[in-house]
Design a protein around this ligand. Structure first.
Ligand SMILES: Cc1cc2nc3c(=O)[nH]c(=O)nc-3n(C[C@H](O)[C@H](O)[C@H](O)COP(=O)(O)O)c2cc1C
Length: 206
């Protein structure tokens, strides 16, 4: 079968609603991430999906920073500075183990996509809506990466909104680092999720 035939078959393959729902439910966070990493086009496609998140008044109150290769060491340095500043403020010293662990955090995946808010002043769109829109963008990003065969974990950690980290990403005082989306590939089989009892979470009214 030629490549054209295969592509035509894939395009015509019908995905049922049930399959889409089960696919969404099958998403799991995976911490053990390696290469292959998404390429530039795959990352761009995922960010395009992220940017379709519900967004009141189309403010686009989010930005994406893609960190790969050696830049992960620079992010590690910023995290270490943040940890040191925090420890100083608390009147304690970081141990060597803490220093190494913190500095190496960005090496846990080949790609980290950081999602930060880009808050706008708007009389009808308060900051909390813009923050929620950023959260929706993160989820779209994660699903779009999964759709392209990659695994992710959404991390923040206690340092993500420390001044040194915000300065590294160039975000304003009023903004937030909402996610480090650690991205890569994994050979781990994640356990399937247990049943979810929505009755404890939901009230239907009519
Ligand atoms: C805003 C936010 C921040 C998170 N930060 C961390 C984190 O720093 N470290 C971590 O292990 N999990 C973090 N998580 C949780 C994981 O992303 C994940 O949702 C959780 O481990 C459950 O796994 P699951 O996604 O497979 O259900 C965070 C989740 C959210 C929504």
């Amino acid at each position: 079968m030629s490549q054209d035939d295969t592509q035509a078959l894939n395009i015509n393959a019908k995905v049922t609603d049930e399959q889409v729902i089960n696919w969404i439910k099958s998403r799991r966070s995976i911490g053990n991430l390696n290469i292959p990493a998404p390429n530039h086009a795959q990352i761009a496609a995922a960010i395009e999906c992220a940017a379709t998140a519900p967004d009141h008044k189309k403010l686009q109150p989010w930005r994406f920073i893609v960190t790969t290769g050696n830049a992960r060491h620079r992010l590690g340095d910023a995290l270490l500075t943040a940890a040191q500043d925090k420890a100083n403020a608390e009147g304690r010293e970081l141990s060597d183990k803490e220093r190494t662990k913190t500095q190496n955090m960005p090496l846990r995946a080949p790609v980290i996509i950081t999602v930060v808010t880009h808050m706008q002043e708007h009389e009808k769109v308060p900051p909390f809506e813009q923050l929620l829109s950023a959260g929706a963008a993160v989820q779209n990003l994660i699903l779009a990466l999964k759709a392209q065969g990659f695994s992710t974990v959404w991390r923040t950690g206690l340092l993500c909104n420390e001044p040194a980290v915000k300065a590294y990403f160039g975000v304003g005082e009023q903004d937030y680092v909402t996610a480090f989306v650690y991205t890569g590939s994994s050979v781990c089989d994640m356990p399937t999720r247990g049943d979810i009892d929505i009755s404890a979470l939901t009230r239907f009214e009519s």
